[in-house]
Unconditional design. Structure first.
Length: 138
């Protein structure tokens, strides 16, 4: 029994020595004294006050109430057409342009296919030469 208590006592004494002794080894390096561990936070930034909101001035002349409704019939007459045009444009953008119209290909469609690559090169170079040069003066 005394052996167990001596072993326990020596382990506890070693732990106390390690706690109170100075640290050793590569993990116990101290930081440089030039490095500040905790830098003080700067104070709150002072923001300038936003400019005052603009205010409307009083009207320079008084408009009679009888003149104001004269604009309304024109507005109501053209407002429906404007809304309808905007809705139609939105619908065309949504659905796309639809099926494109068929194009008629140019050239001789009944001609036999070229037999060799040289014939193809000759035919492709001869085609631009056959185009009419209307409006080009020399």
């Amino acid at each position: 029994m005394s052996q167990f208590s001596a072993a326990l006592f020596s382990d506890a004494l070693g732990l106390l020595r390690a706690l109170f002794s100075s640290p050793r080894g590569r993990h116990a390096r101290r930081r440089s004294t030039r490095v500040r561990r905790y830098a003080a936070r700067p104070g709150p930034a002072v923001r300038p006050l936003p400019p005052a909101a603009p205010r409307l001035s009083a009207p320079r002349e008084a408009v009679p109430a009888d003149d104001i409704p004269l604009v309304r019939p024109y507005y109501t007459a053209h407002e429906r057409a404007r809304v309808q045009a905007a809705a139609t444009a939105r619908l065309h953008r949504w659905t796309g342009s639809g099926i494109p119209a068929p194009r008629i290909p140019g050239g001789d469609l009944l001609a036999p296919p070229p037999a060799t690559f040289d014939d193809l090169v000759r035919a492709s170079r001869a085609r631009p030469a056959r185009r009419p040069t209307a409006g080009v003066g020399a």
